[in-house]
Design a protein around this ligand. Structure first.
Ligand SMILES: C[S@@+](CC[C@H](N)C(=O)[O-])C[C@H]1O[C@@H](n2cnc3c(N)ncnc32)[C@H](O)[C@@H]1O
Length: 250
């Protein structure tokens, strides 16, 4: 395990299941994370293919490092998701929010796992990726991913509000095969308040960069070393930019 402290963020190079039991119970305002969906293949042979083969067209392969943990079938994805979601819930303050990404294939499994782990399932927030994705002949365009959200028990009806749908394209400049927009993460953080945020599957650190922009403490965990390095670099750049902006009074 390697631990890097960057500003008010702590980044772990490790398996999330090993780190979660070591963190302080009830200390996070919310969980915002994008786990490996394990959905890019119907059969065992397809599922064990490299992530670039599952999630990228042939002309884009080789641009990004492969990532870990994407080979589970649906039953084991449910078991694993329930495990990390219950460990994460123990770390979340009463009433705190969980937001976890899913594609359409894993949506029923993800809503089941959220509830099996003891969260109160509250809804699904679609991320509309706009019409930039490829149309499919004779079919509907695969244009959305989903954020399943819930709370750790009751949550008072007070505090900031947020949209129930986010419409924004996949970033032109991605840092990960499955990279998400920073603005999307900032929007999702809105109702969580200003407390510390946990991201057990940080990839290239997109949630962390959003937390830096909002002045929020962040703990991120990533087990693929190449992505851990990218996340550290992005967090350092975001923290340095924040300092420059505050000196300039922006
Ligand atoms: C879908 S990606 C996250 C991408 C991220 N949202 C971004 O914008 O860069 C999921 C990440 O979780 C990591 N991962 C998979 N299993 C893990 C585990 N058990 N513990 C920690 N990280 C894990 C993968 O290496 C991958 O980088």
């Amino acid at each position: 395990m390697r631990i890097e402290k960057i500003g008010s963020a702590t980044l772990y190079l490790a398996d999330a299941l090993d780190v979660l039991p070591t963190l302080e119970a009830g200390s996070f305002a919310g969980i915002l994370t994008d786990p490996p969906y394990s959905s890019g293949g119907a059969f065992r042979g397809d599922r064990s293919a490299p992530t670039s083969a599952k999630y990228q067209s042939s002309q884009h392969r080789g641009i990004y490092p492969e990532f870990a943990g994407d080979t589970r079938d649906q039953r084991s994805y449910f078991a694993w998701s329930t495990l990390w979601l219950s460990r994460a819930r123990a770390l979340t303050a009463p009433g705190g929010i969980v937001c976890t990404f899913s594609d359409w294939r894993q949506l029923p499994t993800t809503t089941d796992a959220v509830q099996a782990a003891g969260w109160v399932w509250r809804g699904v927030v679609p991320w509309d990726k706009t019409e930039r994705g490829r149309p499919q002949l004779g079919r509907y365009r695969a244009q959305a991913e989903y954020v399943v959200w819930g709370t750790n028990g009751a949550r008072p009806l007070s505090g900031p509000t947020a949209p129930g749908v986010f419409r924004m394209p996949i970033p032109q400049q991605k840092h990960h095969i499955a990279g998400k927009p920073v603005d999307l993460m900032e929007g999702l953080l809105g109702p969580m308040g200003g407390g510390p945020i946990l991201d057990p599957f940080m990839g290239s650190g997109t949630v962390g960069v959003a937390c830096v922009a909002r002045g929020q403490d962040y703990v991120g965990i990533e087990m693929t070393e190449a992505y851990f390095e990218i996340a550290c670099q992005r967090m350092q750049e975001a923290s340095a930019q924040l300092m420059i902006d505050s000196v300039r009074g922006l």
